[in-house]
Write a protein of this length. Structure first.
Length: 279
């Protein structure tokens, strides 16, 4: 099985998570991961990360959509464009993949999530649980939440999206349809809402992994220390302490190594550590 992994966005904290992403291809005997990265111009030397198959640095001034006209602090078109360019790298490779996994650079993905997503190809059904029925098809996308209805609009978690390559052929075109062709009204062009509404428009069902066995906490985001304060202290504050600070995750990797952090059943122990130690 071959999985294409798309990492798009700012490249933030990749100096930490690269130790984890770089270990994925040591986890399974029969599953391989190819990483494609699309990020904005920064000072990171991506050539030293040998686990990245291909990458592209994006410039705001060459984006077909005028990013300077977009409200400051809102990055919906940046997200859409970097996703579009990351998936373009996947398509240009000419490799036929079994699935596509899109995520971000500042995330710690536990082994259980990878196990669950790759098991979707061999779900057993029937009275005797003897019928293999792959859940991965061009008509479905998997996320942490699925589509939820919030204030009359669909909403979805955006830590990751996983699906069939044909589903991603359509989903990654969100930049063109939403920001160039303007096919979604402005009230739907919000992060979380945009992705959910676009999948709905495409007729692709956004399924929550909570519908499948083993759906406990399976990924956390790296958050700077000030973001764990009360939500009234800062616009970016209010994050739950189950998420690690850069210092905490660096410490765990240094002390235990990525192979230990990507073993099964490590999630509860890691979360206790994140919640109980100094950020």
């Amino acid at each position: 099985m071959k999985i294409a992994v798309l990492i798009n966005g700012s490249g933030k904290h990749l100096d930490i998570t690269q130790h984890l992403f770089g270990h994925w291809n040591k986890l399974y005997k029969d599953i391989s991961f190819d990483f494609y990265l699309a990020t904005w111009q920064d000072e990171i030397d991506y050539t030293k990360y040998k686990w990245i198959k291909s990458y592209v640095r994006l410039k705001e001034e060459t984006c077909p959509y005028d990013l300077s006209s977009h409200p400051k602090g809102q990055h919906q078109p940046h997200y859409s464009y970097s996703l579009y360019k990351a998936d373009q790298l996947r398509k240009e490779s000419g490799i036929e993949y079994d699935g596509v996994f899109q995520t971000r650079s500042d995330i710690f993905i536990f082994r259980e999530l990878l196990d669950l997503l790759t098991s979707l190809y061999t779900i057993k059904q029937g009275i005797n649980q003897d019928v293999s029925n792959s859940q991965v098809s061009p008509r479905i996308m998997f996320t942490g939440s699925g589509n939820e209805l919030l204030n009359g609009r669909f909403w979805t978690e955006d830590y990751f999206f996983f699906g069939h390559p044909k589903a991603f052929d359509k989903f990654s075109n969100m930049f063109i349809d939403v920001w160039i062709k303007n096919e979604l009204p402005d009230r739907l062009k919000l992060m979380h809402v945009m992705q959910a509404e676009y999948l709905h428009k495409l007729g692709i069902y956004n399924s929550s992994i909570a519908n499948y066995p083993g759906h406990a906490v399976q990924s956390v985001l790296i958050r700077e220390k000030h973001r764990f304060g009360h939500h009234s202290t800062h616009t970016d504050a209010g994050w739950e302490k189950q998420h690690p600070s850069p210092r905490q995750l660096k410490t765990l990797i240094a002390q235990n190594g990525p192979e230990h952090l990507l073993t099964r059943d490590i999630a509860p122990k890691a979360i206790i550590y994140f919640e109980s130690t100094d950020k």
